[in-house]
Design a protein around this ligand. Structure first.
Ligand SMILES: [Zn+2]
Ligand SMILES: [Zn+2]
Length: 123
């Protein structure tokens, strides 16, 4: 039985299908994720080669550092992907997946870089 998950941005200009397993969700509170998402990023991850684009008409990649890039929709502004240059895995913003995702937030990272208006209470 093959596993597959669909997702899209708000306007639908970017639609994708993941033909393979997804990692648990990691919440990243680093300053780059804060500024690109407006809060923090909750992302799963998949093999880059498992991601099939049903539409990438409005997908733009932004080099957020010399090492990584972020994929977003240039029409609705939705954040969709994060990838280390040349990496075999691509992070996928978990909120862009259709539900049920079957996923859980399993980890918080860069909590020390989070903003000051919320707490991370999970163990
Ligand atoms: Zn869009
Ligand atoms: Zn981050």
């Amino acid at each position: 039985m093959s596993e597959s998950h669909d997702g899209r941005c708000l306007c639908g200009g970017v639609r994708y299908r993941v033909n393979g397993p997804l990692r648990h969700v990691i919440a990243c509170h680093c300053s780059q994720c804060r500024r690109t998402s407006g809060h923090f990023v909750a992302a799963t991850s998949a093999n880059t080669t498992d991601i099939e684009f049903l539409s990438d008409a409005t997908l733009t990649w932004y080099a957020s550092s010399s090492e990584a890039q972020r994929g977003f929709c240039n029409r609705c502004g939705g954040n969709l992907f994060w990838r280390v240059n040349g990496a075999l895995k691509t992070s996928i913003m978990a909120g862009t997946l259709d539900t049920p995702t079957g996923l859980r937030i399993a980890e918080h990272i860069f909590v020390e870089d989070k903003s000051d208006y919320y707490e991370v209470d999970d163990d």
